[in-house]
Design a protein around this ligand. Structure first.
Ligand SMILES: Nc1ncnc2c1ncn2[C@@H]1O[C@H](COP(=O)(O)OP(=O)(O)O)[C@@H](O)[C@H]1O
Ligand SMILES: [Mg+2]
Length: 379
């Protein structure tokens, strides 16, 4: 168990690197926070409460030295994701580097759900399919309630900022990952229904006034609240109907299912992808829809440009792509309007940013009037 102090949520106000990154992800907007107590953050910028290296039990640290065959001389905490996993870039006394991703006993009441067992299985059993995109896998340990993976520390460049060239290289390499497995055999144990969990939200928003109001009420003005509710009533049925090709899609590839800037590095023309617990079989269009809208929201090219670049490597089914974009937008409409979760301070805000990006794209694909009320939605 971690010392009690580390279980307190830490909020920072400085302009450190991590704070800047948190701001980039639109974690919070102080001007709206005061008027909406449910969405209020205690301070201007929040970041996840990740343990420092000295809080990792000594026995775990010693086992890491043994496994890597060298002593850790520096362990720099790695921020970027939206959870409190214990993540470190390790520098070893032989000059090499490695990455430590660990999970540990959570404080009571935490909403965090670890998924390291699933991720470990992907590294152990899918190496052939995920190489060279994924980091090399060095091993795992379980000790004193801790479970950790040791993997290659990736050197590639961080995004954002996105440029046209970076975005083009990223989506083309992503298409190559999908092309490797598309239509081929995939292990039986890989989930095949993850993408289906992204359908049905627009039907629910259309039918359920309370749900609709929960979302609409996150708009800053009364006019926008009304506009949001009316827009959803008018266009929810079209959005819902457009999801059908996602349900009937059968041509599957191995999907990463969580591809965003906080889970990637760009190394020349190669997209390096980590954080694999959600790996599954499903339509490649879904993986691209989720990734593309996240690039656009970070100031990258428009999704139409991203899908054009991707299609140069791997053709996309237009219907399944549109269905995926709609499904993704419905999911973020639901999650982005749900209550905050303890221990995950930036999550909801980031989900609302993704709602804005994906629903604007969905409306264009379906030739619906632009959902201008999204401009008034809180960050
Ligand atoms: N192999 C790696 N090499 C370098 N940095 C990494 C590596 N894996 C993860 N990171 C950094 O650590 C952060 C958290 O790791 P990640 O596996 O994404 O954990 P989480 O499940 O908490 O999102 C990432 O956002 C990234 O900045
Ligand atoms: Mg991550």
């Amino acid at each position: 168990m971690l010392p009690a102090t580390s279980l307190l949520r830490v909020y920072i106000l400085t302009s450190t690197n991590a704070a800047r990154k948190a701001t980039t992800a639109a974690a919070c907007n102080p001007s709206t926070a005061t008027s909406l107590s449910r969405y209020k953050y205690p301070m201007a910028v929040a970041r996840e409460d990740k343990p420092v290296w000295s809080q990792v039990p000594r026995a775990v640290r010693e086992r890491v030295d043994e496994m890597l065959g060298a002593r850790v001389v520096r362990a720099r905490r790695a921020f970027g994701g939206y959870g409190p996993s214990a993540t470190f870039v390790l520098t070893l006394d032989n000059g090499r580097r490695a990455f430590f991703k660990g999970v540990y006993p959570l404080p009571e009441g935490s909403a965090v759900r670890w998924r390291l067992d699933e991720e470990e299985r992907v590294y152990q059993e899918l190496a052939e399919l995920i190489t060279p995109w994924a980091p090399a896998y060095y091993g795992s340990l379980r000790l004193g309630g801790w479970h950790a993976l040791l993997i290659e520390a990736l050197a590639g460049g961080r995004v954002p900022p996105w440029t046209a060239s970076r975005a083009q290289r990223a989506v083309r390499s992503f298409a190559e990952l999908h092309a490797r497995t598309l239509g081929g055999p995939l292990p039986d144990w890989l989930p095949r229904e993850h993408h289906l969990e992204f359908t049905g939200y627009w039907a629910a928003f259309t039918a359920d006034r309370q749900l609709r109001d929960r979302l609409a009420n996150l708009c800053r003005t009364n006019e926008a609240k009304l506009d949001a509710a009316n827009w959803i009533v008018a266009h929810g049925p079209a959005l819902s109907a457009a999801e059908a090709p996602l349900v009937s899609a059968r041509r599957f590839a191995l999907l990463h299912f969580d591809t965003r800037s906080d889970n990637i590095r760009l190394d020349g023309n190669l997209l390096r992808i980590f954080d694999w617990p959600f790996a599954c079989a499903g339509p490649a269009e879904f993986d691209l829809a989720a990734f593309a809208q996240s690039i656009t929201l970070e100031g990258g090219p428009e999704p139409e440009q991203l899908t054009a670049w991707y299609s140069e490597v791997l053709p996309l089914g237009d219907d399944v792509l549109a269905a995926s974009v709609v499904g993704v937008s419905g999911f973020f409409a639901d999650r982005g309007s749900s209550h905050d979760l303890p221990g995950l301070p930036r999550l909801r805000s980031f989900q609302r940013s993704q709602l804005k990006s994906s629903l604007r794209w969905a409306a264009r694909l379906l030739s619906l009037p632009a959902p201008t009320w999204l401009d008034a939605l809180v960050d």
